[in-house]
Design a protein around this ligand. Structure first.
Ligand SMILES: [Zn+2]
Length: 131
């Protein structure tokens, strides 16, 4: 079936440490996280800001994590203090957290893929099952 795929990319800067990690990642340090969010759908929807069914999902609902931590995003915060305790602050779990929060903000039926990078040469992906 034909479908639309939106992709948006943004960065945020935050501090974190990996609990009980025996090595440098266990000490507080920072990253410029790069995030890509893909939203796929075979139908279009209205959004909070537009009453007409003309978009897969509002780009604003895909880019919330870029906002300052005091405004509900992840920028310039300590991820260990922002993420609920069931999420560790590995790139894997940051991707899952962004996925989980974004999923609640996009219309039902929109498939998501979230990629997170802490460094220029490594990425993690978390996505909906295609089956
Ligand atoms: Zn790190």
């Amino acid at each position: 079936m034909p479908r639309w795929k939106l992709t948006t990319e943004f960065t945020f800067d935050s501090a974190h440490y990996i609990k009980d990690y025996d090595g440098p990642c266990g000490r507080m340090h920072g990253h410029s996280y790069r995030v890509q969010v893909e939203a796929t759908s075979n139908q279009l929807h209205p959004s909070e800001h537009c009453p007409h069914p003309v978009m897969v999902a509002d780009f604003r609902s895909l880019r919330w994590a870029k906002k300052d931590v005091t405004k509900g995003g992840l920028d310039h915060g300590v991820l260990n203090e922002i993420l609920p305790p069931e999420y560790e602050t590995t790139a894997e779990m940051i991707a899952k957290y962004i996925y989980d929060v974004t999923k609640k903000r996009v219309p039902e039926g929109v498939k998501l893929k979230v990629r997170v990078s802490e460094t220029t040469n490594s990425w993690v992906e978390y996505e909906d099952d295609d089956s």
